[in-house]
Each structure stands twice: as structure tokens, then as C-alpha cells.
Write a protein that binds this ligand. Structure first.
Ligand SMILES: Nc1nc2c(ncn2[C@@H]2O[C@H](COP(=O)(O)OP(=O)(O)OP(=O)(O)O)[C@@H](O)[C@H]2O)c(=O)[nH]1
Ligand SMILES: [Mg+2]
Length: 407
């Protein structure tokens, strides 16, 4: 299986909001779920999917997926998720499972913040009266925690770093990059944060404490983009909160992780026909369902699917990839006529790659050797030759022509 251009999604939030339920629903991997805070201590890693309509129907071919799955025209491309311990206020200073949690999201490229939209858990995840907790406060506190954690990492020797950067006239980018690579933060993110905040990178000693925090907060938004999963929408107190959250400047996906988990498990047992992200399901074996199960499924249909269009779990993962990470899907093939690889498998692979990737960069993503021996690419849809600098588009089917034969 070719290495996919993989990104890691961090499933985060305060305790008891449904992170592990979301993770389990998305990956069908086992994860402990319970109605009290800090059920998860050790992180769970698993594979979920980005859902996209497969190009095989457009090309009128039968495909043989290899690095991904294809369910009746829906291509599911594997992506990695990590479910971590809950975060409580003061985590950056070590409260709760604080720093341990934060360390686990170092490698995450984007964050799914699971919020209890029903307001039924307090700021530490303990059950409270439904509607009593304000999820908007949960959003704000979590962002602050992550910013403070990043600031604490940078602050340690900031004065010295800032002074040296100025006296040696080397600028602040190199030293910042050294300290931030462990958090998956690249130099271009640092450039962007400096530009957005309008701070003087040549004179970091002139930055006030407030400037410094503003810089770190901007850097967090750029390097760890986040969306809000407004979970537990099956509960009556959630709806008004979802509407309030949507008025703020966040991407908010209403969700019921519990409903998705029930549907995925029923589908896994072949009791229903349901693909992740579908807006409805079909009961295939009514005789095998108990009256309670049948009622629970009907309630999911009525209260969630018909009302919100889906359970939101798949939509959250897709939105993270398309909107937060700006990824597109491209299908590499070795034979433009048959859309196959050298084994004759048709449309075997679907790659998630960043928008703005050129044909030549794509060759490197597939294989270093293919990048090095790149000649040109062929767009299989239009049967046209495209140059190395051509930007690939979503759902492109691309053949890379190189000086070497692969096999
Ligand atoms: N009503 C409702 N309950 C949910 C939903 N998702 C999760 N829950 C419940 O919320 C509780 C906490 O779920 P978990 O998935 O363990 O939450 P967590 O965020 O991983 O919790 P910690 O690991 O303790 O931080 C459990 O009782 C779940 O059944 C949902 O969509 N709707
Ligand atoms: Mg958990």
C-alpha cells in the first residue's frame, strides 16, 4: 500500500463530552466510554475515513480500491485520528491530566473540539443540570488552554532568544522554528503569524507580553486549525446552544456521536444498510432487531437524520480535511486508457493532498523516485498532457510519466 500523505486529527475537549464515542463511531475501534470524567487516560489512535464520491461512476468503470474503500460509489479514504484525555481549566499549568494531554496533540494537524452542546456537563466534565453549562465558555477556555501551553513552551528562554536574535541580526524565525518543530509547526506558519499580527520580527525584544500572547494565539489558529463538533444534539437542550454557537466565528458541526456509533455498529452487524455520513439507513433484517433496537433506530432517523441531514461525525472529519486542511482527492493511475496500475487494478488509490500541489510535487508524494524521474503528467479525464507546475484539482485522475518504468 503506498504511503498516503497523511495528516492527524486530534479529538479534544473537556472530559465527558463524547470524544471517545466520536472516535469509536469514526473508527469502529474499541475505546472506553463512560458517563464520568477522565474515562480516557491513555490516548486511542485509530483509522477513520474521509468520504468522497468516487470517480469510477463518472468514468463508467468498475474499480478495485487498494489504499481506500469504495461502497456503492462512495470512496472512503483512511485518515488517522487520536482521542485524548479530557482537558480541564488550568491544564497548561499541569491541572488534571494537563500537560500529558497537551503533549499528545503535538503532532495533530487539525483539531476536532468535541463540545457537549446540551450543556449537561460542567467545566470539569461532571454531570450537571441539562442546559446549565454554557458550551461557548467551553470553546473559549479550550482555545486559551492551548495558547497558554504553546506560550509556556516558547516563554522559557524567550528573553535570551529575542536578545540573541537581535544582536546577531539573524532574525527570530530560525530560533522559533527550532522550538516549534516538536509541535509540528513549520516556518511558513511562523511567517504568517508575524505578518498577521504586524509585529516586528527584527526587534522581538520590543514585543510586550500582550504582543507575545497575540502572536502565539495567532500561530495556534494557523498551525492547529479547529472546528467545533456540537455533540449530543439528540438531547433537547442542545438545539438553542447550537444556534448560539453558529452565530460566532467558528465552524460548527451539530453531531450525535452516540447515534453514529449505534448506526455504525448496526451496519457492521448487517442489521441495516448505512454508510458513514448517509442521511438515512435501511433496515435489512427487521426480524433480527429487538423492539427496543428498532425503536432506537427509528428515533435516530426522526430526531437526527431527518432534522440535521446526518449524525455529523463524518461531516466533521470531511470538513476538517476540506476546509481546515484544504485537501483535495487525486487518483494516480499508470495506464490512462484503463485507469489502472501495473497490476491492472482500476482506480486503486485515492490520495488526499493539499490544494496547490503541482503535478511534480504529487509525483514526489507517491514516490521519491517518481518525483526525481518526472517528465510530465497526463490528465486522464481530458487525455491532455500537463506540465510539472500544473496545479492538481479535486477528483483529478493523473498519470505521471517518468524516465523510469515502475513495477
Ligand atoms: N446523549 C448523548 N450522549 C452522548 C453522546 N456522545 C457521547 N455521549 C455520552 O457521554 C458520556 C461520555 O462519553 P465519552 O465518549 O466517554 O466521553 P469522553 O469525552 O471521551 O470522556 P473522557 O474520556 O472522560 O474525557 C457517555 O455516557 C456517552 O454515552 C451523544 O451524542 N449523545
Ligand atoms: Mg474518552
Amino acid at each position: 500500500m503506498p504511503a498516503s500523505y497523511s495528516r492527524l486529527l486530534g479529538v479534544i475537549g473537556k472530559p465527558n463530552t463524547g470524544k471517545s464515542t466520536f472516535f469509536s463511531a469514526a473508527t469502529l475501534a474499541a475505546a472506553e466510554i463512560a458517563n464520568y470524567p477522565f474515562t480516557t487516560i491513555k490516548p486511542n489512535r485509530g483509522v477513520g475515513y474521509v468520504r468522497t464520491s468516487c470517480v469510477h461512476s463518472e468514468f463508467k468503470v468498475q474499480d478495485n480500491p487498494n489504499n481506500s474503500l469504495c461502497l456503492d460509489g462512495i470512496r472512503l479514504i483512511p485518515v488517522e485520528l487520536i482521542d485524548v484525555a479530557g482537558l480541564v481549566p488550568g491544564a497548561w499549568e499541569g491541572r488534571g491530566l494537563g500537560n500529558q494531554f497537551l503533549d499528545e496533540i503535538r503532532r495533530a494537524d487539525a483539531l476536532l473540539h468535541i463540545v457537549d452542546a446540551s450543556g449537561g456537563t460542567d467545566c470539569e466534565g461532571k454531570i450537571c443540570k441539562a442546559g446549565e453549562n454554557d458550551p461557548i465558555e467551553d470553546i473559549q477556555f479550550l482555545e486559551k488552554e492551548i495558547t497558554m501551553w504553546m506560550a509556556a513552551i516558547l516563554k522559557k528562554d524567550w528573553t535570551k532568544v529575542a536578545r540573541t536574535a537581535e544582536t546577531e541580526k539573524k532574525g527570530i524565525y530560525g530560533p522559533l522554528e527550532d522550538r516549534l518543530t516538536g509541535l509540528g509547526i513549520k516556518r511558513n506558519y511562523i511567517f504568517e503569524a508575524v505578518r498577521k499580527t504586524g509585529l516586528n520580527a527584527e526587534k522581538p525584544t520590543s514585543w510586550s507580553d500582550n504582543d507575545f500572547l497575540r502572536f502565539v494565539d495567532t500561530l495556534r489558529r494557523i498551525s492547529k486549525p479547529m472546528l467545533i463538533v456540537a455533540n449530543k444534539i439528540d438531547l433537547p437542550t442542545a438545539e438553542a446552544n447550537v444556534e448560539r454557537m453558529k452565530k460566532l466565528d467558528y465552524t460548527v458541526i451539530p453531531a450525535s456521536a452516540e447515534a453514529e456509533l449505534a448506526l455504525r455498529r448496526a451496519s457492521d452487524k448487517k442489521l441495516i444498510e448505512y454508510r458513514p455520513g448517509d442521511s438515512d439507513f435501511k433496515i435489512t433484517q427487521p426480524e433480527r432487531l429487538s423492539p427496543t433496537q428498532a425503536k432506537a433506530l427509528e428515533s435516530i432517523r426522526e430526531k437526527i437524520l431527518s432534522k440535521f441531514g446526518s449524525t455529523g461525525v463524518q461531516e466533521a472529519i470531511n470538513t476538517a480535511y476540506t476546509r481546515l486542511l484544504n485537501m483535495i482527492t487525486v487518483y494516480p493511475v499508470e495506464d490512462v486508457e484503463h485507469l489502472s496500475n501495473h497490476n491492472g487494478q482500476i482506480l486503486p488509490d485515492a490520495y488526499l493532498i493539499p490544494q496547490g500541489t503541482t503535478a511534480h510535487q504529487f509525483a514526489y508524494i507517491i514516490h521519491t523516485e517518481l518525483g526525481e524521474s518526472f517528465l510530465y503528467a497526463v490528465d486522464a479525464r481530458h487525455k491532455t498532457r500537463i506540465g510539472e507546475d500544473a496545479l492538481l484539482r479535486d477528483k483529478d485522475v493523473i498519470n505521471i510519466v517518468s524516465t523510469r518504468r515502475r513495477g
